[in-house]
Design a protein around this ligand. Structure first.
Ligand code: NCD
Length: 298
């Protein structure tokens, strides 16, 4: 595999190999990890804001011994009018080993993958509302550590599904790992038609007996002018609090890709509570990105 652009580029075996690779890296001492990508160069190109994805790719790459270079798009020649394609061709001409890119347009990566020469690997760190494959991998890796039998799980995803690349990638990843019981809940206008068969009638039905509960941020920045959004009633109607969480399995885990809006999609008590694995997701993000880079670049 040359690039990782979409979780659907992977099959079950490949995903399990990545999990295995992450487990192996985790068991290695720091000095050993540094040998994986020594002498390699990785460029991060983020056209959208990011805290955890950007930093975790940077820490992951440098933890494997690679040198990491961040192109600050706001201070680059993009501001002088350089086209997206010219920026990519310029980076390709410098021949880094990998480009990690986040872009606000769906499928932006597909459109530029051919501009990269044979030895440059492209990793999607999020494209518009389409895909976020490494987020799905870290989510699945986190689920696996608590609940390894994917076939037997009820996974509930609540919030702004429509604008969420996290939801798309996670649903695709769960399909690959053969989880059939996936339940979605949110405002009717934020559940895309393609997922109507997974839509729960009420939030209580969505949460009932769930093993995994994934809460999503309202992606305000992706709303079109004519799309309706009422944030005032959000917590009451679509938010998770301790009382509602009691409907799920006693040992259910609560996930959130971050950044969180406390008091909107999730209460602080749940976010910081014993069932929350939100910070574990962040830690696993570094490991799984190391597994992806080690696999693609080796
Ligand atoms: C998500 C994203 O950017 O898609 N964040 C992340 O990568 N951890 C979700 C979000 O922004 O709400």
């Amino acid at each position: 595999m040359k690039h990782l652009l979409d979780i659907k580029d992977l099959n079950q075996t490949r995903i399990e190999q990545l999990f295995q690779c992450a487990d192996n890296i985790k068991s290695q001492p720091k000095a050993e990890r540094l040998k994986h990508l020594i002498g390699r160069q990785v460029v991060c190109l983020f056209y959208e804001n990011s805290t955890r994805t950007l930093l975790s790719f940077q820490l992951a790459a440098s933890g494997l011994g690679a040198s990491v270079f961040n192109l600050p798009v706001d201070h680059s020649s993009v501001q002088k009018g350089e086209s997206f394609h010219d920026t990519i061709k310029t980076i390709a001409a410098m021949a880094p080993d990998a480009v990690i890119m986040r872009h606000p347009e769906d499928y932006a990566h597909r459109n530029i993958a051919d501009l990269l020469t044979d030895n440059i690997h492209l990793i999607n760190a999020g494209d518009g509302q389409n895909q976020h494959p490494t987020q799905a991998l870290l989510d699945l890796y986190t689920i696996r550590r608590h609940k390894p039998d994917f076939k037997d799980l009820k996974v509930t995803i609540i919030g702004d599904i429509k604008h969420s690349r996290v939801a798309n990638s996670l649903i695709d990843g769960l399909n690959i790992l053969q989880t059939t019981d996936i339940s979605l809940f949110g405002p009717d206008n934020l559940i895309p038609e393609q997922y109507s068969d997974k839509k729960a009638p009420t939030i209580n039905a969505a949460l009932d007996q769930a093993d995994v509960v994934v809460m999503l941020r309202i992606q305000k920045e992706r709303f079109e002018k004519n799309e309706f959004l009422n944030v005032n009633q959000w917590h009451q109607n679509y938010g998770l609090n301790s009382e509602k969480l009691k409907l799920a399995q006693k040992d259910a885990i609560v996930m959130h890709p971050g950044p969180m809006n406390r008091g909107i999609e999730i209460s602080a008590a749940v976010a910081d509570g014993p069932q929350s694995v939100i910070l574990e997701q962040v830690s696993n993000g570094v490991l799984i990105r190391q597994a992806v880079m080690a696999t693609l670049l080796s």
